[in-house]
Design a binder for this molecule. Structure first.
Ligand code: AMP
Ligand code: GLY
Length: 424
């Protein structure tokens, strides 16, 4: 048992995955989670402090004498959590607010990419003064991509072939936010590249693929993510190297030229066209959810060491190794998700520990769960569970992840039956 105390901020599947990997570290003595969920409660001490209550998180970090704070979601980072922890001398995995702005403002991210010559879709910034029809004409040979310049929880982007829908979304966004982005449509396949970085260097984790639409065949509304697998074969070695040379390296150089290093994980949302030259769709300043659930288990090295190094600018001194295995996770969502999820229903049949089945490791990451006053497991969110497996092949891992779902009961719940179909 180690001696380090870690505070994980957040309460979803990603944070359960962080707790699980940290619990396997030889350096970690105890884990605390704020606010956590029923899954993190089995590995850490949960505290009833909201992830966006910065004062509350700072007091908690001091009270437990945290050696490291790991920020799960972007909101506390955009509100300055890392800035405040730095003043207190507590290492934080997650960037300061000015850098978290890369996710907080899509326009800012676009301007940074332009200045660092990083490939991304062309765009117009539209406001009350703009000629909207001329801008729509500019990108009229493809679907229109309209993005609000605010943190909109996945609801700020419209991709449509319907000109009047694009126009209406532009007008309503300008009314709400003052301005909006109109982007050139990028054809291709998407992948997520998670890059752990600090002022000394960066480590690219194996690339993964998320499934953002609610229903099979990439149909239905956008969600936070219905499942993911890692590694994603669409990111071949050549494409990975291209992404490092044209995106990650210039981005890291740009970030290193600023006053405060970027300490944390930069989520690079890639679009890979047939040419094989990747472009950036978006940056996030945190682990993806559910990408985190299937990327961390592929790290052979100690995950605490990785996160702590990146929080203290010593990443370049580490050599990080990975397992040559495949991981997949399937999200079980509540009835009505993503529009209006039904909460508060009992859940049955959730295995408690990591199990070994036919050469695979199999486990469940809790997302929107909690225990009621009788200690029974209930749903509290839209994405309720993330059923995961790690195995020698993607086919084996998928089989085992889907097998877990056969035994789980949650009235009205749904999940996609085609996770990883592109790779299989
Ligand atoms: P974002 O929040 O920027 O990641 O956008 C949400 C989703 O919209 C992405 O995951 C893509 O599927 C799609 N998208 C965003 N920008 C573009 C683009 N320029 N071309 C094609 N699809 C896009
Ligand atoms: N799974 C997509 C995201 O975390 O943004």
């Amino acid at each position: 048992m180690g001696e380090k105390v870690v505070l994980v901020v957040g309460g979803g599947g990603r944070e359960h995955a962080l707790c699980l990997s940290l619990s396997q570290s030889e350096h970690v003595e105890s884990i605390h989670c704020a606010p956590g969920n029923a899954g993190t409660a089995t590995l850490s001490t949960n505290h009833p402090v909201s992830a966006t209550d910065i004062e509350g998180i700072l007091s908690l970090a001091q009270h437990i004498d945290a050696d490291l704070v790991v920020a799960g979601p972007e909101a506390p980072l955009c509100k300055g959590l890392a800035d405040q922890l730095t003043i207190l001398g507590i290492p934080c995995f997650g960037p300061v607010a000015s850098l978290a702005h890369l996710e907080g403002s899509k326009l800012h991210a676009k301007q940074v990419m332009k200045s660092a010559n990083i490939p991304t879709a062309d765009f117009h910034v539209l406001d009350n003064e703009s000629n909207i029809d001329a801008a729509l004409d500019d990108f009229s040979d493809q679907p229109w991509v309209v993005k609000r310049d605010v943190l909109a929880g996945g609801k700020g982007v419209v991709v449509t072939e319907d000109r009047s829908e694009a126009r209406d979304f532009i007008l309503s966004s300008i009314e709400k936010d003052g301005q909006v982005l109109l982007e050139q449509f990028l054809p291709g396949e998407e992948a997520s590249m998670l890059v752990v970085m600090d002022g000394s260097g960066f480590v690219c984790l194996p690339a993964s693929q998320d499934h953002k639409r609610a229903y099979d065949g990439d149909k239905g509304p956008n969600t936070g993510g219905m499942g993911a697998y890692c590694p994603a074969p669409v990111v071949t070695e050549r494409i990975r190297q291209k992404a490092i040379d044209t995106i990650v390296q210039p981005m890291h150089s740009y970030l290193c030229s600023l006053d405060t290093p970027y300490r944390g994980v930069l989520y690079v949302g890639l679009m890979i066209p047939e040419s094989g030259n990747p472009s950036v769709v978006e940056f996030n300043v945190r682990f993806g959810d559910p990408e985190c659930q299937i990327t961390l288990p592929l790290i052979k090295s100690d995950v605490f060491e990785l996160l702590y190094s990146a929080s203290t600018d010593t990443l370049a001194e580490r050599s990080i190794e990975f397992h040559d295995l495949n991981a997949v996770t399937i999200v079980l969502a509540a009835e009505g998700y993503p529009q209006s999820p039904v909460k508060g229903r009992p859940i049955f049949g959730v295995p408690k520990n990591v199990q070994s089945v036919d050469g695979c490791s199999v486990w469940v990451n809790h997302a929107g769960t909690s225990l009621d006053s009788n200690g029974n497991l209930i749903s509290t969110g839209g994405r309720v569970l993330s059923c995961s497996a790690l195995g020698p092949s993607l086919t084996d891992a998928c089989k085992q992840a889907y097998a877990i779902l056969e035994n789980i009961e949650l009235q009205g719940s749904h999940y996609r039956k085609d996770i990883a179909f592109r790779a299989l």
